[in-house]
Design a protein around this ligand. Sequence first.
Ligand code: AKB
Length: 312
Amino acid sequence: MKKIIVTGALGQIGSELTVMLSELYGQENVLATDIRKVPNTVGPFEVLDVMDGKRMYELAKNFGADTIIHMAALLSATAEKNPQFAWNLNMGGLMNALEVARELDLQFFTPSSIGAFGPTTPKDNTPQDTLQRPTTMYGVNKVAGELLCDYYFTRFGVDTRGVRFPGLISYVTPPGGGTTDYAVEIYYKAIEEGRYTSYIAEGTYMDMMYMPDALQAIVDLMEADGSKLKHRNAFNISAMSFEPSQIAKEIQKQIPSFKMDYDVDPVRQTIADSWPNAIDSSAAVEEWGFKTQFDLEKMTIDMLDQLKRKLN
Ligand code: AKB
């Protein structure tokens, strides 16, 4: 039976992941932590600033954790607003979590991102192992993080694992400060206002995934036989690649009056332009059986259905 401590548990991924892990392993075996507390959290919860390595260590030790899932981080667009702070939080938090894993011999997961690629990376069918020269602070953090996780495995034998997430789409907790957030906002605005102004330009392809597939990928990778993993950290994973007008067309199948226009944000557009169009997930498929259930059509039907219930 696993005993898991999760950082960033109130974030976009963390909030749903803790629910799923509690269902799988028992609520008493999942300790959710975040920098703030919200009322009505269900199950064990502790306030934790990931910059405080000593408290992270004590919480993990007292809980008897055998696994740490480190989610707390700033996303790409927020990181560009304050790059120095992003470096400190993203790298400091990761280093603290890796140290806790090393000291307490915990299994370790942290996500990388398609943001770990840059303008010189091959844009289509982006290979697992390829050129990574990102031009954002977030990307620099992600590449450094991938290397650091590999280092902790080879140097200290910590069982580190990770994936490169694409943009994640969910109706539960909104993302904050990402470049791919338009693909979530569009569904909310479709229901609330029947229209959406996209800050990403038509024709800009990015990889995406529906949250249930992302959560399942974390569990599947953590449960996988470690001896079969050649990459361990930073597996490319994607469920679909689309550009804004394609998601708009999919929404129009459900809401024919839906309208979209564009007001491109230069900062987020530059970030999006530096990322791949579509990455190759075959290493994840081969090494631990990565699979997805949702394509753009199926996800759109579910998102609109769920959001209608939530917002009406
Ligand atoms: C972002 O847009 O920053 C994230 C990501 C792709 O890592 N959603």
